[in-house]
Design a binder for this molecule. Structure first.
Ligand code: NAD
Ligand code: DAU
Length: 332
């Protein structure tokens, strides 16, 4: 049994991870989360108090972070500003949380010699052409495009330096696009599902030919647990489940699964600097650590996800109007 400090545990992937830990281990968890617009305490409902403690605070609060890290056997760092579109409107919180917040955690794990796992994204590698047979590997050069991805790339580099210079016991994972329950309605898949539940047509940026490599959040959690338990210190592991699909095909699939004509969507203004394609080669994680994804069928995974949003309107409705007002102001 171990005690994990999970930052960002009230967000989408962090809350899926906390549920996974509670359901599959006897570990206890402290969640540190600032409850920004993206955090939702309700995503952790039902977890007993003797398994999880919730601390409302920021990862850039050095004293708070120091006291929580001192009590932990390991830190799993999910907290971030995570949405590309927001980073184009105001990069400032991205720099503060993703860079200064990560620095604050690294200094604490360095002082207390606590194992650290850093959650990152495939976006640090920039993008690929549609007709390029290549996928991202751990050897791909960093070439981030947006304020979001550049601050994530910077945070990865801080971790690498703290490993090499100070002997911090850290691993890094870079994962592709997640889907599943508890994802904020600003993101592509929940936005379209909740639009359709409200009788609004899906919105596709630009041509919709951009490709994302989809993985279920539960598979992301099993991969992170695998790396935490068996990953080699100082190493980076890419996480992906061979789920490449164009945005237009995802929208058509959602429309079909929700009983609408497949061309019942609108093209809207494109995202500035919009990355064309992400694709992950997860060979290292699969061969070295024996990890395999469980959700291999996107249609089945999306069917479950649609059901979740259909039955959890009370969870997503409070954020929907403000999110759509923000998009409307951007012509999206
Ligand atoms: P999210 O936006 O849903 O959740 C982020 C959480 O962090 C929220 O609960 C928020 O309140 C919290 N937070 C923000 N600033 C904080 C601060 N200063 N202190 C403490 N908590 C703070 O994000 P997500 O999609 O769950 O992403 C989680 C992590 O996974 C991020 O590091 C992201 O870069 C990474 N990631 C996401 C994806 C994806 O597809 N969503 C893919 C790969 C990697
Ligand atoms: O690749 C991992 C990354 O995936 C994570 O690091 C990020 O935190 C996460 O937000 C996600 O980034 P994307 O920018 O790929 O995700 P988003 O859900 O914002 O958009 C997915 C694709 O869909 C992208 O090509 C933009 C497009 N899109 C998005 C929205 C919200 C639309 O076409 N219409 C929309 O309404």
């Amino acid at each position: 049994m171990a005690h994990l400090l999970v930052t960002g545990g009230a967000g989408f992937i962090g809350s899926n991870f906390v549920h996974h830990v509670i359901d599959t281990t006897d570990h206890t968890v402290t969640v540190l989360d600032a409850l920004t617009y993206a955090g939702n305490r309700a995503s952790l409902a039902g977890i007993p108090d003797d398994r999880m403690r919730f601390v409302h605070g920021s990862i850039d609060d050095a004293d708070l972070v120091d006291s929580l890290v001192a009590d932990a056997d390991a830190v799993v760092h999910y907290a971030a500003e995570s949405h590309n579109d927001n980073s184009l409107n105001d990069p400032s919180p991205f720099v503060q949380t993703n860079l200064v917040g990560t620095f604050t955690l690294l200094e604490a794990v360095r002082r207390h010699k606590v194992r650290y796992h850093h959650i990152s994204t495939d976006e640090v590698y920039g993008d690929l052409e549609l007709d390029d047979p290549a996928k991202f590997t751990e050897a791909t050069a960093y070439q981030p495009s947006s304020p979001y991805s550049s601050t994530k790339a910077g945070s990865d580099l801080l971790v690498r330096a703290w490993v090499r210079s100070f002997g911090v016991e850290a691993t890094i994972s870079n994962c592709s696009n997640n889907y599943g329950p508890y994802q904020h309605v600003e993101k592509f898949i929940p936005r379209q599902i909740t639009n359709l539940l409200r009788g609004v047509r899906p919105r596709l940026y630009g041509t919709g030919l951009n490709v994302r490599d989809w993985i279920h959040a539960e598979d992301h959690s099993t991969a992170v647990m695998t790396i935490l338990n068996a990953g080699r210190i100082g190493e980076t592991y890419l996480i992906g489940a061979d789920g490449e699909k164009s945005n237009i095909d995802v929208v058509r699939l959602l429309l079909r699964l929700m009983g609408h004509p497949e061309d019942d969507f609108d093209h809207v203004a494109d995202r500035p600097g919009h990355d064309m394609r992400y694709a992950i080669d997860a060979t290292k994680l699969r061969t070295e650590l024996g990890w395999e994804p469980r959700f291999r069928d996107l249609e089945a995974g999306l069917t479950d996800t649609i059901d979740w949003y259909r039955t959890h309107e009370a969870w997503w409705a409070p954020a929907k109007d403000a999110t759509e007002a923000k998009y409307a102001a951007q012509g999206q």
